[in-house]
Ligand binder design. Structure first.
Ligand SMILES: Cc1cc2nc3c(=O)[nH]c(=O)nc-3n(C[C@H](O)[C@H](O)[C@H](O)COP(=O)(O)O)c2cc1C
Length: 319
């Protein structure tokens, strides 16, 4: 569909993805997407897209959050359409308008879903592919294992299915393809890359912590988000308190509460991603289990797409 060498997307990651990482990904034979939310204005987003285009003519995408918490949604969509990005990834809401505008402009639209019901809805709306966000994903993870989610969606939907979550090694990549996925999208693995601009402490944490240290917290955006269980996360707890729950349930207030929580969580994540702070909240998924060093984007891609034998590993022989 995109004319790329390997069926892999470097996943959009709030605050983490940069144009430099995107270009490195495109030069490694995969595609990549970055979140529109990483830019405060439409102009900044426009400049970032133009920068990537000045470096390469390979296809890349942008992620747009389509729920009400994203007050810059319309401007972001306009900029993506104007720049004719190859694809848009929609998350956290109804993608109807993005799909319709994408169709008019020849921009493909891939929609994040966590269950079959939503997958069938986006297919009916005309999405070009489904991103099946599994329980192994970093960020806003789903409830179902990759195997369960991919096989169920493949059975009932005709458009391509891209699996999100839990890929760092070639064996994990092959597993997803064997379940029937047409491709995968990979986030956490690329946090520990040389090209990523987050602080050294965040990258070291990705290497040091393991899957057992990932917890899901409602404290930041109101929706469950996977983070590393740092002492600060342990201190504030992971469940929304009674007041937060009440405000989140109140129909009239919900939109504003969500917006405030998102702004607040953005500030915390931003501080922790780029400097040492006691309020350490680092977003990552359980796939940190298999991340054991900081590497170049190209090496991370090779680890995923090339099997150990073809990369020169020798089988063990007893003497
Ligand atoms: C640090 C971080 C930030 C993320 N930010 C976003 C985002 O802004 N928008 C989005 O749709 N998904 C976001 N995600 C989810 C990823 O796009 C992707 O679905 C996920 O990383 C796949 O699972 P993996 O981390 O096991 O590879 C984020 C994930 C991480 C780890």
């Amino acid at each position: 569909m995109l004319g790329i060498e390997y069926p892999v997307i470097m996943a959009p990651m709030f605050l983490v993805s940069t144009p430099k990482m995107i270009v490195a990904a495109l030069n490694s034979g995969i595609t990549a997407a970055m979140p529109a939310m990483n830019y405060r204005t439409a102009n900044e987003l426009d400049e970032a897209l133009k920068f990537i285009k000045s470096q390469t003519n390979k296809p890349f995408g942008v992620n747009i959050i389509v729920n009400k918490s994203n007050i810059r949604y319309k401007d972001q969509l306009d900029v993506c359409i104007k720049n004719k990005v190859a694809f848009i990834i929609t998350s956290l809401g109804n993608p109807k308008e993005v799909i319709a505008r994408g169709k008019e402009a020849g921009v493909k639209v891939f929609c994040d879903v966590t269950d079959l019901n939503f997958a069938q809805k986006v297919e009916q709306l005309g999405a070009d592919a489904i991103i099946a966000v599994s329980s192994h994903a970093g960020g806003h993870a789903g409830q179902f294992s990759p195997k369960e989610l991919i096989t169920t969606i493949k059975e009932h939907c005709k458009i391509p299915v891209i699996s999100a979550g839990g890929v760092v090694t070639n064996a994990q990549f092959q597993d997803k393809l064997n379940y029937g996925a047409d491709g995968v999208t990979v986030g956490t693995a690329f946090i520990a890359s040389n090209e990523c601009d987050v602080c050294k402490e965040y990258k070291d944490a990705i290497v040091k912590y393991k899957a057992k240290d990932i917890v899901s917290t409602e404290k930041l955006s109101g929706s469950k988000l996977t983070v590393i269980n740092t002492p600060y996360v342990q201190k504030i707890g992971t469940e929304a308190n009674v007041l937060e729950k009440f405000l989140n349930r109140n129909k009239r207030l919900r939109k504003y509460v969500k917006m405030l929580m998102v702004i607040n969580s953005m500030k915390k994540l931003q501080k922790a991603a780029f400097s040492t702070t006691y309020q350490t909240v680092w977003c990552a998924g359980p796939s940190i289990e298999d991340i054991n060093e900081i590497r170049s984007v190209n090496d991370i891609v090779e680890r995923i797409v090339k099997n150990e034998i073809s990369r020169g590993a020798r089988p063990c022989t007893s003497t």
